[in-house]
Write a protein that binds this ligand. Sequence first.
Ligand SMILES: [Zn+2]
Length: 469
Amino acid sequence: MIKHNIYINSFLYNFRKEEKKMEIHSVGGFNEVGKNMTVVNLGDDAIIFDMGLYLPAVVELQEEEMQPQTYSEKKLRGIGALPDDVALDKLGLRNKVRAILLGHAHLDHIGAIPYASYRYKAPLVGTPFTIAVLKKILEDEKIKIPNKIATLNPNSSFTIKGKKRNYKAEFINITHSTIQTSMIALHTPQGVILYANDFKLDNTPVLGLPPNYNALKRIAKEGVKALVVDSLYSGANKKTPSEKVARALVEEVLMTIKNESSAIFVSTFSSHIARLKSIVDYGKKLNRKIYVIGRSMNKYISAANEVGMCPFRRDITIGSYKNQVESILKKVKRDKKNSLVICTGHQGEPGSILDRLSRKKLPFEFSPNDNIIFSSKTIPAPVNIANKENMDKRLRKLGVRLFDEVHVSGHGGREDLRDLISIVNPENIIPSHGSTQQLTPMIELAREMGYKAGKECHLMQDGQKLRLR
Ligand SMILES: [Zn+2]
């Protein structure tokens, strides 16, 4: 009898231990800006947040091979462009994965899916825009994946089927530099894991909904076990301004510079639909015909249009393929004072429209006093900085006026982070989305707010595991 009891007690103990188990695996995005991937291990079940690409590695590869193309998983793993999720296999996690939850449509969050999601028998879950972009990428790269895909409206929930229990994953609307971005609250018996990668707190977004503060307050009451948080600008003493400020910057440049007879080209992030809207709105006020050229522009604008979030679709003419781009540029050349071109190339990417224009490889030549507006910021990776500088040099030689950084970031600063922590009051904080150097100020902020380093706030690197009690 005693023996029996011991057996039952140890069984219960182990069962409870398994029930209580919670480990966070920082797979990617904790040593670099890119290849974001975090895994939560709950004992019987594991949940993946994001599966992104490390873009500088891909840009370098494109440079080597000089044309955009599809790559093999092996090649991408070889250059370190994919998160190292193979390491999870050894830990026995691969077969426990029940869902892959996607926070937003940026490539450093979803770009690895075509190459790695097949390894998991789990559905992909995201908002309509995120899923529409993902499907376009899969179409473009001619890759078929076996995973089921679930589309979820912002501010709604998905039920994840676990081995013995279900979990609720809540997609809480938040603001960022692309539309329909979510903070994901994974409800577990040990509390909520809040995956807040990426975000800023923008109460006046130009397109889409403002942050859902009510949902954040509600989960705070429930109890947030851990916050995995975009800490890229935790070292910047500021609150990142609203997108309405970026809209005012676009207005300022377009409406006040002397530009009556000159060409105007604007480049921005293809996925930044709100920014594109502001550029189109002021382009219309100038009475210029608006052309949008470049493959990736077409991809994101079509995705936004499919989900009913492209209010300016009828105001623009899009050119994606080579002959369309060339015919648009010939038209612009004939009537440049009545045209405004939105195009790719703000990072000086080889093969982008601005790159090819600067090398005189397209049927349009810039003349002195033509304008190029960069509604963007150069991503601070050596390859981007070098590409942009070299392109600028070529453009300046042609006498072009350059307007840099007509832009506001999509990532919150230190004071946004402080506000988020105050609202959700997490037990543990795990900074993500940057190098150790970029993430360290978040640990300092957490300490300022009363968290103990190493105990309640945790500086992690790629490939580590953290056990939460
Ligand atoms: Zn992002």
